[in-house]
Design a binder for this molecule. Structure first.
Ligand code: PAF
Length: 280
């Protein structure tokens, strides 16, 4: 596995691979890899000739009060995992090169980032789209892989790629879960044993939404009420939001029709977790 730190080297590597007719797959990450990331790598391996994985904890997507400094970092373990999975390039861009002094340009999608997580993290998605646009221009991938756990993120990135005519196919893959349903996330590492035991209530609630709809319930507010009561029965969990939205527009829906995204964010202790299911 080749390790690339310099931006120009990454750009030239990809250019050369593509000039030889290779299809480049890209998995952008912030490291602390888990099976969710590795499922993206596996799919990239299946569909592409060359797989590039980036690890970069992007300061731009964290507000000053958030967990940038303590975000889990374990490069030695991540490197070994990626090597074992047959990744071709580990791209470790240098923060100083990516955001040099005088950096002034941001990429911002309108409206979608204001909803859901954007209510409590108003600058988050601007940081995500800016770094992903920069990474796309350096790696120049044919396909880029994202997890559906960050449903809003992949929706916004898809919008950005379409609006900017970026020549990349954005692929979203299903959330990978722990044995008890908890969505895999690098932030699960923050949970203490009591919090970890409480956390699966989030997926239990989302599964209840699925069952309610299968059972014929069409009133979304009634479904949300039952989900809130279930989550409320777990004292360690504090909801940030629980919403039923259209998966395309992310607008809230009242009646069940077509597909509905049930999405939530919740604090368990100090840890903020997100999860969702698409029903219908
Ligand atoms: O999902 C993540 O890990 C990050 O938001 C991403 C897409 C790598 C951008 O920093």
């Amino acid at each position: 596995m080749r390790e690339i730190k310099r931006l120009r080297e990454m750009y030239l590597y990809s250019l050369k691979a593509k000039s030889h007719g290779k299809k480049v797959g890209f998995v952008p990450t912030m490291g602390a890899l888990h099976e969710g990331h590795l499922s993206l790598v596996e799919e990239a391996k299946r569909r592409c000739d060359i797989v590039v994985v980036s690890i970069f904890v992007n300061p731009l997507q964290f507000a000053p009060s958030e967990d940038f400094a303590r975000y889990p970092r374990n490069l030695r373990r991540d490197r070994q995992l990626l090597k074992n999975f047959g990744v071709d390039v580990l791209f470790l861009p240098d923060a100083g090169q990516l955001y040099p002094p005088g950096f002034k340009t941001f990429v911002e999608v309108e409206s979608l980032p204001k909803k859901m997580c954007g209510r409590t993290r108003p600058t988050h998605f601007r940081g995500v789209t800016t770094v992903v646009a920069k990474l796309f221009s350096l790696v120049n991938p044919d396909l880029a892989f994202f997890g559906e756990k960050d449903f809003q993120q992949q929706r916004i990135i898809r919008q950005m790629a379409a609006d900017l005519n970026l020549p990349v196919e954005v692929v979203a893959l299903p959330t990978v879960r722990e044995f008890d349903g908890l969505a895999m996330s690098s932030r699960n590492a923050y949970l203490n044993p009591r919090e970890r035991k409480a956390a699966p209530v989030l997926y239990r609630a989302l599964s209840l939404a699925q069952r309610e709809v299968q059972g014929g319930e069409r009133d979304v507010n009634k479904i949300l009420f039952r989900l809130r009561s279930l989550i409320g029965s777990e004292p360690l969990v504090r909801l940030d939001y629980l919403l039923a939205v259209d998966p395309e527009t992310l607008q809230e829906v009242k009646q069940f029709k077509g597909k509905v995204l049930f999405a939530l964010a919740a604090y368990i202790g100090k840890t903020r977790l997100i999860d969702n299911v698409v029903v219908g």
